[in-house]
Design a protein around this ligand. Structure first.
Ligand code: CMC
Length: 375
């Protein structure tokens, strides 16, 4: 039996042609299907990126129009799913609501167990289109507000903000949301994508794989970190209090949420670079304090622990400035990531080898069974 790699640290588990992370000296490169994340952030939009991840190529104008139309047509939820959302406890975490709704959608798909390319792409488009609606509907239901149905005149990001807030977002808000969805759309073998691929490797249905991914993303060491970052920003409340807060937390041996990364250890995650810029822009426009507090925390964490902020750190102030409630942060991550999850599930189906590692046993061995009355 080989070396034990706890947490599969630095293990190359499989090949993939979806996204590439390369650490090149002082810089980290992230590409989706060969396209640099900074180029996509500057020139693309979420629908185009979702297409790229699913089909492997950038769409032509006609292909993109058709794909965007298809997403629009699929936005509305079946009445049974709306009914389910109204029956869930309003105290349920919105991410639990999302994964329950995904599972329920599976009960309505007659092709649930088919894994062919065409059928899988159909399911993927359906999930990409419906994720924003599930999140917005559940939020409005739990707040006792009337549902705001999808608006076909709006793009993916604008429509989500419209359904969530009940009013048309400004262009700045739409651009910010779209950029955030692009940046979260894929990231190689992160924990939730890997969970989806483990499920896909057994040829489980796509809904089961996505439920596995959503169940993994919610954890505070993964996508659940952004909500904790916001709690920290609220607790710190003023930039000058950041230093003492960070020092004391580190002295107590506690983790600072939004810092550290399995892959980007000494170079900055390129997504963080984009999100930091966006957080600054939005905080200035909204005259909010979140960016300033975040920068003060970043400086102190670098000073006391030499850790870099990860993708979840500046996401928090971006979301707060977009008026998104803290407990929806991880759902926002999922709305972006569903494109990557489904692309990976399809890739796993098509290149499949069952994922089944070994464990080195370290427990007791050879024990003699003792009848219950004699214990
Ligand atoms: N605060 C304080 N110390 C930290 C932190 C942190 N956020 N992250 C890592 N460290 C320390 C850790 O204590 C360890 O120190 P030592 O070697 O002295 O024991 C060292 O850095 C290495 O940490 P690790 O836990 O072995 O590294 P890992 O690759 O297993 O963990 C991580 C990566 C993301 C789980 C971890 O950095 C962490 O817990 N971060 C906070 C949660 C967070 O922000 N998660 C979001 C991750 S990025 C986006 C995503 O996946 O959603």
């Amino acid at each position: 039996m080989g070396e034990v790699a706890d947490g599969l640290k630095d293990i190359v588990a499989s090949e993939s042609s979806i996204s590439r992370i390369e650490l090149e000296g002082e810089e980290a490169v992230l590409e989706y299907r060969g396209y640099n994340i900074h180029d996509l952030a500057k020139h693309s939009n979420y629908e185009e990126v979702a297409y790229l991840l699913l089909y492997g190529e950038l769409p032509t104008k006609t292909e993109l129009e058709l794909f965007s139309e298809e997403l629009k047509e699929r936005r509305e939820l079946p009445p049974q799913v709306v009914g389910l959302l109204t029956h869930l406890s309003p105290f349920s975490h919105p991410m639990v609501a999302l994964r329950t709704a995904v599972s329920y959608l599976g009960t309505m798909d007659r092709n649930i167990s088919y894994t062919s390319h065409e059928i899988s792409i159909e399911k993927a488009k359906n999930l990409i289109a419906k994720f924003p609606t599930i999140v917005a509907y559940f939020h409005r239901i739990r707040m006792g507000e009337k549902l705001v149905h999808p608006d076909d005149s709006l793009n993916h990001s604008a429509n989500f903000l419209y359904m969530l807030h009940g009013e048309e977002p400004t262009e700045t808000m739409v651009k910010a949301m779209d950029l955030d969805f692009i940046l979260h759309a894929d990231h190689e073998f992160n924990a939730s994508t890997f969970a989806a691929r483990v499920a896909a490797s057994t040829l489980a249905d796509m809904y089961a794989c996505v439920v596995a991914a959503t169940g993994t993303l919610i954890g505070p060491l993964h996508g659940g970190a952004a909500q904790r970052v916001m709690e920290m920003l609220r607790e710190v409340a003023l930039p000058w209090r950041a230093d003492q807060y960070v020092r004391e937390k580190i002295e107590r041996g506690e983790r600072i949420m939004g810092f550290g990364h399995r892959v980007y250890r000494s170079v900055m995650d390129p997504r963080t670079v984009e999100l930091k810029r966006l957080a600054e822009k939005l905080s200035k426009e909204k005259e909010s304090k979140w960016f300033e507090i975040s920068v003060a925390i970043e400086e102190s964490v670098r000073k006391y622990k030499n850790l870099l902020p990860n993708v979840d750190f500046y996401s928090a102030s971006v979301y707060a400035n977009l008026g998104i409630p803290d407990d929806l942060f991880v759902n926002i991550f999922a709305i972006g990531r569903i494109a990557g999850w489904t692309a990976h599930i399809i890739e796993q189906y098509e290149t499949n080898t069952l994922i089944r590692p070994r464990a080195r046993y370290v427990g007791a061995t050879g024990r003699k069974y003792i009848p219950i009355d004699e214990r």
